[in-house]
Design a protein around this ligand. Sequence first.
Ligand code: AMP
Ligand code: MG
Length: 322
Amino acid sequence: MSNIDTQLLQPDALGLDQAVQILQAGGLVAMPTETVYGLAGDARNDHAVARIFAAKGRPHFNPLIVHVQDLEQAQKYAHFDTNAMALALAFWPGALTLVLPLRLESGLAPLVTAGLDTVALRVPSHQVARDLLAHFDGPLAAPSANPSGRISPTRVQHVVQGLWGRIDAILEGGAALVGVESTIIGLSYPPLLLRPGGVSAAQIEHVLNASLATIHPQSAIVAPGQLASHYAPNAAVRLGVMQPLVGEIWVGFGPDCGGAALNLSPSADLAEAAANLFHLMREADLLAKGQASIAFAPIPSHGLGAAINDRLSRSAAPRPRC
Ligand code: AMP
Ligand code: MG
């Protein structure tokens, strides 16, 4: 996937207009933020979010941080309790991400939260990111603008080296001042430090007037994608099925699945399948009514197929019931 004509845009009125047009059309724009350069796409558009994973070559659908203009916009997408309000007022705009309960009517793409019922939100302080958010007037999903597994980009040249030909545009904005990712706080009880970053734990504890719990570095949970709370259908799931059992809800992929109740992509397009994945998992679960099992057709394992198969195998794995 390195055949796109990437444009280098200046952060002036013309460049911002072009960036907004690209984003509105579901395209991807790398934008400067004060932490690192982010790879931005419309967080309401499943296809745009799927393209982020494809461009980065990410093997898992881990949830992405959604960037918004201000606290008022953030409240459209998540519920804020007292602690969340205190942290947002103290550190936004800035290098702090809050993981909060998702509003049911948020309109965010399920792929951006990886099907979770929480969402990671941040208000960046970098002027160019703020200008882009103001012009776009919507939420931007933006993980770091680097190929998966490589060092986060703090300069425009890093983005050029990593993603040229894979994304629509790069908005220039100088060197990232903070240079490390945002601190991520989960506001369950007690508040949890999910990732150390640009705002120190001590600063956060001072505002909360409480200590933060931390995930033990040796803990088996290395990403929310591995959490048991991650979305899994209620129904039992079988994978790689071309001949479903009687009564089973069959979710197809490609043109050879006539008779499937649902199809991730009738034209066998992996980006379309990724964009549909969490919607169809929920739909299949509704159709199964807690009784029938769900059978997924085989998905090729190249490109986005790796992340799709990763998610499907987690949903098919035995789950503890309590
Ligand atoms: P990045 O890929 O650099 O944008 O980092 C996003 C980070 O936010 C990852 O470590 C995610 O695991 C974390 N994250 C995003 N959303 C959530 C969520 N709902 N719950 C917990 N962690 C999250
Ligand atoms: Mg990253």
